[in-house]
Design a protein around this ligand. Structure first.
Ligand SMILES: Nc1ncnc2c1ncn2[C@@H]1O[C@H](COP(=O)(O)OP(=O)(O)OP(=O)(O)O)[C@@H](O)[C@H]1O
Ligand SMILES: [Mg+2]
Length: 240
């Protein structure tokens, strides 16, 4: 593990127009994430966590401030350039999973490999199947998303995010729909990837056990990063 920053955020703000004028969703966030580390983003519902995650991953564009992802400035980059940077290097698990409804679990997981190219379908399916087995879905590879429970869809989404062996995994409440035992298995998988491949983990979570296992906890309150707003005793906030 080296300590180069893989994410550097300065003065990041997100504002949107609403009926009453302007809504400030994020206001001047600073954050540094080093390679191979794990970061938990916590805070109340509506505080801006998902918005922040989307900006860090280059899925959305900021109103002000800067985000450097893997050494490249996202600000001002066109969507297709951001997509090229994300491709293969970044895995994302959405709060709403966002699986493709017309693809089976196996096809959903293999899709990023197909988009990336350079691997035979047979190889892509073998790797995808192995990951589905890891998340306990070896018997569900042929299921379409609508036939899967919420927790099962979440695990497919996690397998899909890991399939390209990304250097950064962003996950929005990755254990939110899981029972305690399955949640632990998913957490173990994420930290195993963190150790084995050096993948940096950036996780939004309400799960105190998960937050505690991360190197750093970032607390967001009403769109601002707060120090000592730490709801998890015994963890030091760092990485400003
Ligand atoms: N495009 C948008 N237009 C208007 N308001 C938005 C938009 N995106 C987010 N918001 C608002 O910004 C706030 C932060 O949303 P966000 O989804 O980031 O919260 P969150 O911290 O992830 O909450 P939760 O824990 O419930 O998932 C919310 O009040 C939301 O309604
Ligand atoms: Mg959210």
């Amino acid at each position: 593990m080296n300590s180069d920053p893989v994410i550097e955020v300065r003065g990041l703000s997100k504002r949107v127009a609403d009926a009453t004028g302007e809504l400030v969703i994020l206001d001047g966030i600073d954050l540094t994430v080093t390679a191979g580390s794990s970061v938990a983003i916590i805070g109340a519902s509506g505080s801006g966590k998902s918005t922040l995650l989307g900006l860090l991953a280059g899925l959305d564009s900021a109103s002000a401030g800067s985000v450097r992802l893997l050494g490249q400035e996202l600000t001002g980059m066109a969507e297709d350039q951001r997509a090229a940077l994300r491709n293969g290097a970044v895995g994302f698990v959405f709060q709403s999973f966002q699986l493709m409804p017309h693809l089976t679990a196996l096809e959903n997981v293999a899709l990023p490999l197909e988009l990336q190219g350079g691997m035979s379908t047979r190889e892509a399916f073998a790797r995808s199947r192995a990951l589905l087995e890891r998340v306990g879905l070896g018997q569900r590879t042929g299921h379409y998303p609508k036939l899967l429970s919420g927790g099962e869809q979440q695990r497919v989404a996690l397998a899909r995010a890991f399939v390209t062996r990304p250097s950064i995994l962003f996950a929005d409440e990755p254990t939110g729909s899981l029972d305690a035992a399955t949640g632990h298995a998913v957490i173990d998988l994420m930290f195993e990837m963190n150790r084995a491949t050096g993948a940096t983990l950036v996780l939004v979570t309400h799960d105190i056990d998960l937050a505690r296992r991360c190197d750093t906890i970032v607390t967001i309150e009403a769109g601002r990063r707060v120090l000592h707003g730490d709801a998890v005793p015994g963890k030091v906030e760092a990485g400003r």
